[in-house]
Design a protein around this ligand. Structure first.
Ligand SMILES: [Zn+2]
Length: 235
């Protein structure tokens, strides 16, 4: 006999907060009820066939107390005995709100808005953020450069771009937005330990940047290190 699967969270709270105290369920009663409920209603079945011995073993109690608990639960109306035989028992398991004589008050739940507030990520402190740490932060640096290599100004497809440390990590360069730029793989490899300004001048000598572009890149470098090129963070 299939039934709709109930709201397990609600049932758990009803059992813990109201059913157990109202019916004065012992620890074993509660465990037996939870076990039978889990294997019947939480699987979408009204009835459950089991043997006292098998259930007692599974919840690690002796058969005597397990049998007593089943009797008590049936007396409370939490179970309805359908069949009792040597081969096993068949019971119908009642949900907390189906048990006669049990008065359930609505369970108070935290307002959704409050929950959302507490779950929302903390705002990022721009100056202290490690921009290598998460994908959104790495993407924020790439977005700031608008798909261009910070050094050679070539457009960089997402698959061939990387984050480059202006002051190399080997020289204690930080993962700050003031020290990370989006660059093409080639510039990232060629720059190596070279200072960023020297690398830009090398690009000019190799005619990969014009004089105007070089001047603009050097200004951008100053703006970067003085914190004027802030990535925008969606918070
Ligand atoms: Zn480049």
């Amino acid at each position: 006999m299939k039934t709709k699967k109930p709201n397990a969270e609600l049932i758990w709270k009803q059992l813990e907060d109201q059913l157990a105290p109202q019916l004065r369920l012992s620890v074993i009663d509660r465990t037996v009820y939870a076990h039978l409920l889990r294997h019947s209603r939480l699987e979408g079945n009204l009835r459950h066939r089991f043997s006292i011995l098998g259930m007692a073993r599974s919840i690690r109690v002796s058969t005597g107390p397990a049998r007593e608990a089943v009797r008590r639960l049936a007396a409370h109306g939490a179970l309805r005995m359908v069949q009792r035989s040597k081969a096993g028992h068949v019971v119908e398991v009642r949900l907390p709100d189906e048990i006669r004589g049990v008065r359930l008050k609505p369970i108070e739940s935290r307002p959704a808005a409050k929950e959302q507030r507490t779950c929302a990520p903390a705002p990022v402190n721009l100056e202290e953020a490690d921009f290598f740490q998460t994908k959104p932060l790495r993407e924020a640096i790439h977005a700031r450069e608008r798909g261009q290599c910070f050094y050679c100004l070539r457009s960089t497809a997402p698959s061939v771009r990387c984050l480059d440390h202006v002051v190399p990590q080997a020289r204690l360069g930080r993962n700050s937005y003031r020290n990370l730029v989006s660059s093409c793989m080639e510039c990232n490899t060629q720059k190596g330990e070279t200072a960023a300004a020297d690398f830009l001048r090398r690009l000019y000598r190799e005619r990969r940047l014009t004089a105007t572009e070089l001047a603009a890149r050097l200004r951008a470098l100053d703006a970067l290190t003085s914190g004027k090129l802030r990535p925008s963070l969606a918070t």
